[in-house]
Design a protein around this ligand. Structure first.
Ligand SMILES: [Zn+2]
Length: 455
């Protein structure tokens, strides 16, 4: 037996957590290879002997958090002065002129920084929606795949697209929009090269026009057909602002969801970012179709976009997940902090009893996994991937907190002490393994400066 297969077969018990989001795993979980093989009840021992144990008595144990929407490249335009304090459309048009100069080297370092931030916050599956493809960015998704593989993080990457530029009445500058045949050919290339299928997939590729109005009706339809033929998922922004609803009505004579449905997108293959401005009837249709919603509370507050109707969507049958959104509208990539925001924002629409800490943890784990079409992540059940986030409550902000699980959200946890992805520790003592963080931040600052100077 080789050393690698020995290591792979050893059984590790993450024992006696201080608290756990899954009551059936109150005594911890046993990990073997890339999977969880057992949930241990409180006060019990694993059913079979283990080779190693990790004392988690100072840790709150959660399934690894799953992020459902981001734009990694935007970490280069955080708190960017010209875009401050604007609503969605003027914010977008200001930033497009900066993003239009992005190159692959900048995108790679921006993606690495965003993935590291997510990992440090307890996130084990990252999603990105990259839709800026100038001539300097043809290998954007390829660079992101390399980065995710190097860091050992699970990634749901999307091949975004824009085909309607300013010359045709769209919002983005003309040189960051692409020919539709180029978009479809490159989508096929990325799926065949990188998309992994089935249980334990580390890299998946989905198709993701930036928004229904940044590509043509033909491309929306062709994208849905290609996703069906290749059996990959579909993603886009929808119903983020009232401006968008008016824009769609003027352009297509339809509300955003009606247009989406007309393009063949209303189904369980699709997950949508934001999903704020839906009527009762539209929520019923989304639930019936099983279309997922990536709820982005901080971004919605920063841009003043509105409050997602999370509970109605979930009750109707639509998967509801959580997302940090891009870093030009959040502006951090911290999914643990996003859980707190989702709880606080939810209580402005609903009652405290309706949006409890366990509901939000469910959105950030199981709900997000469902948005990505995955059953093998987002939980601690035997057979699921060993993706874990462990938080210590050892800072003044947690001191004397009685309920450790609720304390994560109420006291504001923002940094995981340990993170495991597919059975391997990727974060130990709140440090990403095999990474020089200072050097990464220096490269990131230099890349941002270069991008701002080009604007
Ligand atoms: Zn977004």
């Amino acid at each position: 037996m080789s050393l690698a297969s020995q290591a792979n077969n050893s059984r590790l018990w993450i024992q006696h957590p201080l608290a756990c989001s899954d009551p059936a795993a109150a005594g911890g979980v046993v990990v073997q290879g890339t999977r969880i093989v057992e949930r241990v009840a409180a006060g019990h021992q694993p059913s079979e002997p283990v080779d190693q144990a990790f004392d988690a008595s100072q840790h709150v144990l959660l399934p690894g958090l799953v992020n459902t929407h981001h734009h990694f490249y935007q970490t280069l335009t955080r708190a960017y002065t010209p875009a401050l304090n604007k609503e969605l459309f003027p914010w977008l048009t200001t930033l497009y002129d900066v993003w239009a100069n992005l190159d692959e080297e900048q995108l790679a370092v921006a993606s690495e920084l965003a993935m590291v931030e997510l990992l440090l916050s307890g996130c084990t599956t990252v999603a990105d929606h990259h839709y800026v493809f100038s001539n300097a960015l043809e290998g954007a998704v390829d660079r992101q795949v390399e980065t995710a593989q190097r860091l050992g993080v699970r990634a749901a990457l999307t091949r975004g697209s824009m085909s309607v530029g300013r010359d045709d009445g769209g919002l983005p500058p003309q040189h960051v929009v692409q020919e539709e045949t180029t978009i479809l050919d490159d989508s096929r290339r990325l799926i065949s090269r990188y998309h992994q299928r089935g249980e334990g997939a580390m890299i998946t590729v989905a198709l993701a026009p930036c928004s229904p109005f940044s590509v043509s009706r033909e491309l929306m339809k062709a994208t849905a057909e290609l996703a069906e033929a290749e059996d990959v998922r579909l993603h886009t922004h929808l119903a983020e602002t009232e401006d968008e609803t008016r824009y769609c009505q003027r352009l297509f004579g339809l509300r955003p969801l009606d247009y989406l449905a007309e393009c063949g997108w209303l189904g369980d293959r699709t997950w949508l970012a934001h999903g704020i401005h839906f009527s009762d009837e539209e929520i019923r249709r989304l639930g019936e179709a099983g279309t997922g919603i990536a709820h982005c509370p901080s971004s919605n507050m920063v841009l003043g976009s509105g409050l997602c109707r999370t509970l109605e969507l979930e009750r109707a049958g639509a998967p509801v997940g959580l997302a940090v959104d891009g870093s030009a509208s959040n502006d951090h990539s911290n999914l643990a902090e996003e859980m707190r925001q989702a709880m606080l924002l939810g209580r402005l629409r609903y009652s405290p009893a309706q949006v409890g800490h366990t509901d939000v943890i469910r959105w950030a784990t199981q709900g997000s996994a469902r948005c990505l079409g995955r059953e093998d992540i987002g939980g601690l059940a035997p057979g699921q991937q060993a993706d874990l986030a462990l938080f210590k409550l050892d800072e003044p902000r947690f001191s004397s907190a009685q309920n450790p699980l609720a304390a994560l959200l109420l006291c504001g946890a923002y940094r995981a002490d340990r993170v495991m992805v597919a059975g391997r520790w990727r974060v130990i003592d709140a440090q990403v393994q095999n990474l020089d963080l200072e050097a990464l931040m220096a490269r990131h600052r230099a890349a941002a400066q270069r991008l701002w100077n080009a604007a």
